[in-house]
Ligand binder design. Structure first.
Ligand SMILES: Nc1ncnc2c1ncn2[C@@H]1O[C@H](COP(=O)(O)OP(=O)(O)O)[C@@H](O)[C@H]1O
Ligand SMILES: CC(C)(COP(=O)(O)O)[C@@H](O)C(=O)NCCC(=O)O
Ligand SMILES: [K+]
Length: 249
């Protein structure tokens, strides 16, 4: 079995895949290292032979998680490292090490899947957009606040925007003009995301041609998928890139 981990700024996504056919046998989403270890133990998965991880957290946090995993399971954790080139895709950052590793893995996987130009949008804590041309040249991308950041900024920097998680969830049944604070904020933020996605697709059409692939990933991808009939939601895109970056030796 292979244990794969994607540590974002909000959540740790994990899954266990079979070594011979990469079929997923267990998986989950954890909001802390401790919750992750508890979930892994509860999953009952044994015989983990290989572990690979991507993290956008600080070196200290990433290392603490690596140690936690290596203490709990008899494995070495392989951590995806920045690169100038991977699977025929060339990193477009002036300083390649500064490109977020989750972005890098998702855009490499996107290009491999598409076999042509592609736009990769990752909607998590931040929303990121990356453009790759047909030849595998990463043109660069954009970073904007995602739902969790927009929401918390509005809550922390105003006096009267206050509502709970249940109200937030209820508010997204539709996107009509909000008639209470939770609806107004939640729907407003989703419309911001959708506008961003539309802009990115327009830009990708101009820079990559309108036959380019459009891939959506990240926890909030479903909120924007109706923006384009061409957009494909691929929840596992970062994991696909992780397998390319850290193949089993
Ligand atoms: N099972 C889930 N548990 C918690 N949050 C989820 C889940 N599925 C989707 N989400 C949403 O995903 C977002 C976080 O996305 P994610 O891609 O995990 O972010 P990051 O990579 O920055 O940690 C949150 O806004 C949350 O609303
Ligand atoms: C942009 C990000 C914060 C996105 O993180 P996420 O929303 O997936 O948690 C992350 O990819 C990151 O820290 N990037 C480094 C800066 C950059 O890519 O330029
Ligand atoms: K993201």
């Amino acid at each position: 079995m292979i244990l794969e981990l994607d540590c974002g700024n909000s959540l740790i996504k994990w899954r266990v895949v079979r070594r011979h056919d990469l079929v997923t046998v267990a998986g989950g989403v954890a909001d802390s290292d401790q919750a992750l270890l508890t979930q892994l133990r509860a999953s009952g998965v044994v015989d983990i032979h290989y572990c690979r991880m991507v993290s956008v957290r600080s070196e200290q946090e990433t290392d603490a998680l690596r140690v936690g995993l290596e203490t709990a399971f008899p494995v070495t954790v392989h951590i995806a490292a920045p690169a100038t080139e991977l699977s025929g895709v060339v990193n477009g950052y002036r300083e390649y090490q500064r490109l977020g590793m989750d972005r890098w893995l998702a855009l490499v996987a996107g290009h491999c899947l598409a076999g042509r130009g592609c736009l990769v949008l990752d909607l998590g804590t931040a929303v990121t957009s990356d453009l790759v041309d047909a030849a595998g040249k990463h043109l660069g991308g954009y970073i904007a606040p995602g739902m969790p950041l927009m929401r918390s900024q509005l809550r922390t920097h105003t006096r009267r925007i206050r509502y709970g998680d249940d109200a937030a969830h209820e508010a997204l049944q539709n996107l009509l003009p909000g008639q209470e604070t939770s609806e107004a904020v939640e729907r407003g933020c989703v419309l911001m995301l959708r506008g961003f996605v539309r802009e990115q697709i327009d830009l990708a059409n101009r820079l990559l041609g309108d036959d380019c692939a459009v891939y959506l990933t990240g926890g909030d991808a479903e909120l924007v998928k109706d923006e384009s009939a061409r957009a494909v939601v691929l929840p596992d895109l970062v994991f696909l890139g992780l397998a390319l970056a850290c193949p089993i030796e």
